[in-house]
Design a protein around this ligand. Structure first.
Ligand SMILES: [Zn+2]
Length: 348
């Protein structure tokens, strides 16, 4: 969260410097980050995607120059810019192909538009991969040699990092683990992607709201009904608040979500055996800060212990991510640094 971001002054920062951009459907976050992943400045602007990719790229370039100035730097001192965005995308081509959250941006060559507008070289990355790299570089996974980050929000994002390898797959959609299959029966829940039985259809915010609705419609008693009758919208936040206040149905929904996350984590762990699996995003029920968040995490861990090979379960840490909404821009700067280093050493 921006309020908790600790900025370091240029005198304490270590060169080279990088700019990270996290392009979302509603907002775009920018920040200058030093060689150790420490933020030096930060800002956000509305995406206003309807104005088109060229217009947005121009405004992004202006914002890039502003954060560089606010960090006490000049553009000449920036080694590279990292730009993270949601897919579907073609990472090598620097293109967003058929975006869901950026209407009208089909086949937008956003990497090159931003590079031309701001006059700096740009590395393009999937936003879930960037967030995972941010956690790996300076967040919850900074002491881990490898990790998987599951981002629990409207959908479920996933990024997989092993050392300096960001798993992008052969055609830019590697590690899309929100869509691993939990249920292959014909009545399996419908995912946001249009297929059935995917993890996202069980454990995303959208899925949690859907499940809550169905349980209430089936006649289950819950304080949620009173809150909704009182004008509150049915959201994961409301479910968390009611669970904390002792509502059984709400707690059941939270723990069921943990169960599904545990199932997904186990499949990923058996495939890749990362050193850590981290849970981030808006729907972590308060994380370590609340009793409910801790209970949610504990239940994910219990499910992993119950279902995974003991050797795998024992060797993998399961925990919350720590960078919150800043993981994207910090990680975008991190992958830009990675590309810069690879170009320096000739390993590419
Ligand atoms: Zn899906």
């Amino acid at each position: 969260m921006p309020e908790t971001l600790q900025f370091i002054p240029v005198a304490e920062a270590r060169e080279p410097f990088f700019v990270g951009i996290d392009l979302g459907g509603t907002n775009i976050k920018f920040g200058v980050v030093d060689d150790r992943g420490r933020p030096m400045s930060w800002m956000t602007i509305p995406t206003e995607a309807e104005r088109g990719p060229e217009d947005t790229a121009e405004r992004m370039a202006a914002a890039v120059h502003r954060v560089i100035g606010e960090a006490g730097l000049t553009p000449q001192r920036i080694a590279r810019v990292g730009l993270a965005s949601a897919g579907p995308m073609d990472i090598p081509a620097g293109m967003i192909t058929t975006p869901i959250n950026l209407k009208g941006w089909h086949n937008a060559p956003i990497r090159d538009l931003v590079a031309t507008s701001c006059g700096l070289p740009v590395t393009f990355e999937n936003d879930a991969n960037a967030a995972a790299y941010g956690e790996f570089w300076v967040g919850a996974g900074r002491d881990f040699p490898s990790l998987i980050l599951l981002t629990l929000g409207t959908g479920i994002g996933c990024g997989i990092i092993f050392g300096d390898l960001v798993l992008r797959g052969e055609h830019s959609h590697g590690g899309e683990s929100g869509h691993i299959i939990l249920d292959f029966s014909p009545e399996a829940r419908l995912c946001g992607c249009g297929r059935r039985g995917h993890l996202e259809a069980y454990a995303s915010a959208t899925a949690v709201i859907k499940r809550a609705k169905q349980l209430l419609e089936s006649g289950r008693r819950s304080s949620l009904s009173d809150r909704i009758a009182g004008g509150k919208g049915l959201t994961p936040k409301l479910i968390a608040a009611e669970a904390e206040a002792g509502d059984e149905l709400s707690l059941e929904i939270v723990l069921e979500t943990a169960h599904y996350i545990g199932l997904g984590a186990v499949s990923l762990m058996h495939m890749l055996q990362p050193a850590g699996v981290f849970l981030g995003g808006a729907m972590t029920f308060g994380g370590h800060e609340t009793a409910l968040g801790r209970r949610f995490l504990e239940h994910v861990r219990e499910e992993v212990q119950r279902l995974a090979l003991p050797q795998v379960a024992r060797a993998t840490s399961i925990d919350f991510a720590t960078l919150g909404g800043d993981a994207g821009f910090i990680g975008a700067a991190g992958v830009a640094r990675l590309e810069w280093l690879q170009k320096q050493t000739g390993h590419y």
